[in-house]
Ligand binder design. Structure first.
Ligand SMILES: [Zn+2]
Length: 297
């Protein structure tokens, strides 16, 4: 079994080489993890989201010939903490708790879907040409613009309580709303084209309080990409999109302080750093003629 060097916020591509008659059952941290056949064997893609701790955990592939067990050490990473100052109109969005909770449930349902078919193959492109993105995993604390003139200290008692767009706001101590930033922000001018980085099926087109005009693409086998704060969506739910297909225009809708694309990658419903995803090894890129078989669970 080969594996790259796992780190919090990244993703582990674990390959069990060789083709067994049956796809094994895979587990991670003792829970079933969907795994799929690829050209060289069976692939388990393990999300290592920023909101789960570093440490050493067990990954298993159970096959008729026996169990393969590996201890995987997930290294720690400091994602940093950021202050965000909002004008009153944007700050009011944060306070719409019931609406934010409804949106979070809807997005979680979309991003948690697991379809057996894999729609994508090959390397993933960038959703906005030439734009650099950062900020994955940062804890963001939201203040009113009027607070920007006073000294604010982020003490250890301030903790984030969920991921942006997928969790209800729960004020941390001192009544400061916060979320972990579950994607990267790509700076681009309003109206810039947003394209699908890989092929997939449009799973959601919606307008939400925090994420604004939103598109979610289901790439199959538990992999989704999400695009927040769009000015305009150019696809409809159910559309099949090829890699490079234009899906929207950059905007600043929802909780955005200026035009940018928020780009998120979710694996089995959990967010990871899109930069880690784009660095996937060759054995994960192509399914070959392995079909769409999934482990029997
Ligand atoms: Zn963002």
């Amino acid at each position: 079994m080969s594996a790259d060097r796992p780190v919090r916020g990244g993703v582990l591509f674990a390959l069990a080489e060789g083709l067994a008659p049956d796809i094994p059952r895979c587990t991670w941290k003792g829970a079933t993890l969907p795994c799929y056949r690829v050209a060289r064997g069976v692939l388990a893609i393990v999300p290592l989201p920023a909101d789960e701790p570093a440490g050493t955990f067990t990954l298993t592939f159970d096959r008729p010939a026996g169990r393969i067990t590996r201890q995987i050490t997930v290294a720690d990473h400091d994602f940093g903490r950021e202050l965000v100052f909002l004008d009153s109109a944007h700050y009011a969005l944060v306070k719409r708790g019931a609406d934010v909770a409804r949106d979070a449930r809807a997005l979680r349902a979309v991003l948690g879907a697991e379809s057996d078919t894999r729609y994508w193959s090959g390397s993933w492109g960038a959703p906005v040409k030439g734009a650099r993105g950062d900020g994955y995993g940062a804890e963001r604390f939201y203040y009113r613009a009027a607070d920007s003139s006073r000294a604010i200290r982020l003490g250890p008692e301030l903790k984030t309580t969920g991921s942006f767009g997928l969790d209800t706001v729960v004020a941390s101590s001192r009544d400061v709303p916060s979320w972990r930033h579950a994607g990267v922000d790509l700076t681009a001018s309003r109206g810039s084209s947003v394209v699908a980085p890989a092929a997939g099926l449009v799973a959601d087109v919606g307008s939400y309080i925090l994420t604004g005009n939103t598109v979610v693409i289901d790439h199959g086998q538990g992999v989704h990409s999400a695009y927040f704060h769009l000015d305009t969506a150019l696809v409809r739910r159910g559309d099949r999109v090829a890699a490079g297909k234009r899906i929207g225009r950059v905007g600043a809708t929802g909780l955005a302080t200026g035009p940018h694309l928020h780009y998120g990658i979710y694996v089995h419903g959990k967010d990871i750093d899109p930069a880690a995803w784009a660095a996937m090894p060759a054995f994960a890129r192509d399914q070959g003629d392995a079909g769409t078989s999934k482990s029997k669970q």
